[in-house]
Design a protein around this ligand. Structure first.
Ligand code: DGJ
Length: 706
């Protein structure tokens, strides 16, 4: 059926968030939807922001349009969001608009259908209440008689009007250097970030911020893909001067098969806007992640001790209890035994998959050990890597078919281990059964879920032609199913997400865990850069961080114990040092920091966070303002030389605070110094750094108690 263009509602349709509006309208007689406006309330009143001239040379109008989503065929040259291969090999779709629906201001569904193939594509929009985030995704239904292979199946495309190129801010790195903040100005051409590692990966976070390169203090647009498998975010600076970003999953097999009658939904792309630049944008994301946490947001993130850096694989009850008693004496609330507690786990080579406590490590029994930890007053937590299997394990001997493999090919070992095919329901059931046994059989209130290798020979022999499988999506679904099960069946258990550091941090994981581990690198100045990048995209209450021994394995630059405590206290404080070697003085200082953090964590986890300066500055910090005002916490660090060189007399460093009421008064609760808001905004908080005073955690209270 062909609907005449005049029958179409042309829009615009509006989505409203707390402070922003996103407006979409139909163009070209209903061949596609395009952006009308995205910005603060009211921005929709006026002509469309990226008007298509309708007169194009050597490209089609669709190629030049700020299109919300278009298939290859209709948009042949400048980048399509959907590419569909038909049985004969033809790839083009030329669809028409077939309907709109949704709740005013909150949700929108725009439907397009390609009659020859019978493919119906619904573009979905949903404004997230209480945030400035709009979720976008696509839904495909094959109403035709042919098998269709979706070669590109992006979640959405996003158009940002820029004048002279886009300033892109992104988070990139590698293992132990995750979340390094990078920026580039894209004037023409393409910039792509992606992962085919079956996780978001260490190399790039699935997150991007876009600003006008000519106005980098100006508005910021943000994207974050909610997908824990393969992905890409591709930015094109188009000839017409706009920037268009496509984001979505990347199927392992190169295409996803959509059979007649079949339907498929893409991951959600979260789209955020702030008029307040990157600083404001970070708070939009923080707020959104507080929403994702739901009622678990207000679960106290306890101060933990994790024994990994102290004892490695050599887990022995005696040494663990020694560490536990020292930690408890410092005020630590939770003791986590990391890798090495289970049978066969003497080193990287063995044990994964055989999740029974090693009797040699716990001669009096595992429950007796847990009881002794609990007798110190702390909770008990345990590390697991549910998707992993060691070739030498009993699990692998019994179920060699449960790992990803390609017939006739030798499996590559990464960290001496293989990866279970968590897309298989029987493997999911095994993992669920294992976790139920551990959590139901022992007094465990914290679980750290790790994942230390990507899939390499990724196949499932015997399950049909590879081109008909979708192993990446199946793995993601299995992973989320197990996490959902944990939350439903063991709601009292706090879950930490980890993947060899920060390789699997995105909104699907953050919605199902309580904290995540951004990096294995806890060296003070390295960690400062990691946390700085991390907090651009993610909220402090999710950021697990440990104080470890200096100089540590990564970065020998010296920093005080105070520096390391203030740094870990900027998120969710933990300790990972070998406390057995700490002096009485160090333990006493640590106890004081733990107590201070407990006093302030409510503000750190639930306040509005602002990044003050950058780790490349001599002084930088994070400001946290309590909801409702009246109480501000500042974590501040000196990044300069601390080598004992004589200090020349001079003024103290100053860290300018932001967002305070200029007329309000603030008293430093440690020193009693009083400031006006105007002083803190204008001159900044004085910090008289010395070679031994290189960090502080400052509480500012309104002395009038307002
Ligand atoms: C990688 C994690 O990131 C570390 O914290 C630790 O749990 C090790 N794995 C244990 O194997």
């Amino acid at each position: 059926m062909t609907i005449a263009p005049q029958e179409f509602p042309a829009g615009p349709w509006l989505l409203r968030t707390e402070h922003t509006v996103y407006a979409v309208r139909l163009a070209d007689g209903g061949r596609w939807a395009e952006l009308a406006a995205w910005g603060p309330h009211g921005a929709e009143t006026g002509p469309p922001v990226l008007p298509a001239t309708r007169r194009t040379h050597f490209i089609t109008p669709a190629d030049a349009a700020p299109a919300e989503y278009l298939p290859y065929g209709l948009r042949p040259f400048t980048g399509a969001d959907l590419t569909v291969r038909r049985p004969g090999g033809e790839r083009g779709l030329w669809w028409t608009f077939t309907g709109a629906g949704g709740d005013e201001d909150r949700t929108l569904r725009l439907e397009f259908t390609d009659e020859p193939t019978g493919l119906r594509v619904a573009l979905h929009y949903a404004a997230v209440p209480g945030t400035d985030v709009i979720l976008r995704w696509a839904e495909f239904t094959n109403l035709g008689a042919e098998e269709l292979h979706l070669e590109n199946l992006d979640s959405a495309a996003v158009n940002v009007p820029v004048r002279a190129g886009a300033r892109l801010t992104y988070l990139a790195g590698q293992w132990a250097q995750e979340f390094q903040r990078h920026q580039l100005d894209l004037v023409r051409g393409r910039f792509e970030m992606a992962s085919t590692q079956g996780t978001p990966g260490h190399a790039y976070a699935p997150w991007l911020a876009v600003q006008d390169a000519a106005e980098t203090d100006g508005p910021a647009y943000g994207l974050a893909l909610e997908w824990s498998g393969n992905w890409h975010i591709t930015t094109d600076a188009e000839p017409g001067g706009a920037v268009r970003i496509r984001a979505g999953r990347v199927p392992h097999e190169g295409a996803v098969l959509l059979r007649p009658g079949g339907a498929l939904t893409t991951p959600r792309l979260a789209c955020a806007f702030s008029p307040g630049g990157l600083d404001g944008l970070s708070r939009v994301w923080h707020r959104y992640e507080r929403q994702l946490a739901g009622d678990r947001l207000h679960r106290t993130r306890k101060v933990l001790y994790n024994s990994w850096e102290a004892t490695g694989f050599d887990v022995q009850a005696g040494a663990q209890l020694e560490l536990a008693r020292i930690a408890a004496g410092m005020g630590v609330e939770l003791f986590v035994v990391d890798d090495g507690w289970f049978t066969g786990r003497l080193d990287e080579k063995g044990g994964l998959g055989d999740w029974q406590p090693d009797p040699a490590a716990f001669p009096a029994g595992f429950d007796d050990f847990i009881a002794q930890v609990r007798a110190t007053g702390m909770d008990f937590g345990l590390w697991v890597e549910p998707e992993a299997v060691s070739p030498a394990s009993r699990l692998y001997a019994e179920h060699p078919d449960w790992v990803y493999r390609t017939e006739g090919r030798t499996a590559t070992l990464v960290r001496e281990q293989l990866l279970l095919d968590l897309g298989r329901p029987d493997v999911q059931d095994f993992v669920i059964g294992t976790l139920d046994t551990l959590l139901g059989g022992h007094d465990i209130s914290y679980l750290k879920w790790d994942m230390n290798r990507p899939p390499t020979e990724r196949g499932r022999p015997g399950a049909g032609p590879a081109g008909e499988q979708d192993l990446d999506a199946a793995h993601v679904a299995g992973y989320l199913r197990v996490l959902d099960h944990l939350r439903a069946r063991h709601p009292q258990v706090t879950v930490e997400g980890c993947a060899g550091g920060g390789a699997r941090i995105e909104h699907a994981t953050l919605a199902r865990t309580d904290v995540v581990w951004p990096s294995d690198n806890t060296a003070p100045l390295d960690r400062l850069a990691i946390q700085y990048g991390y907090l651009h995209a993610h909220a402090p209450h999710t950021m697990s961080s440990w104080v470890t021994d200096a100089p540590g394995v990564f970065d020998p630059r010296p920093r005080s114990l105070a520096f390391r405590f203030v740094l870990a206290a900027a998120g969710v404080l933990g300790i990972g040092a070998d406390l057995r070697h700490w002096s009485a003085g160090q333990r006493a200082e640590a106890a004081a920091w733990v107590a201070r953090y407990k006093h302030l964590r409510e503000v750190i986890h639930h306040g509005q966070a602002r990044l003050l300066g950058a780790p490349t500055d001599a002084t930088c910090g994070v400001q946290y303002d309590a909801p409702g005002g009246g109480r501000t916490v500042v974590a501040a660090w000196s990044t300069g030389r601390l080598d004992g060189a004589p200090l020349v007399p001079g003024r103290p460093a100053r860290l300018r605070l932001r967002g305070l009421d200029p007329a309000a008064r603030y008293r430093d609760t440690a020193t009693g110094t009083e400031y006006s808001g105007a002083h803190l905004l204008h001159y900044g908080l004085p910090l008289a750094w010395t070679a031994t005073y290189d960090a502080d955690l400052i509480e500012l209270l309104d002395p009038t108690g307002r």
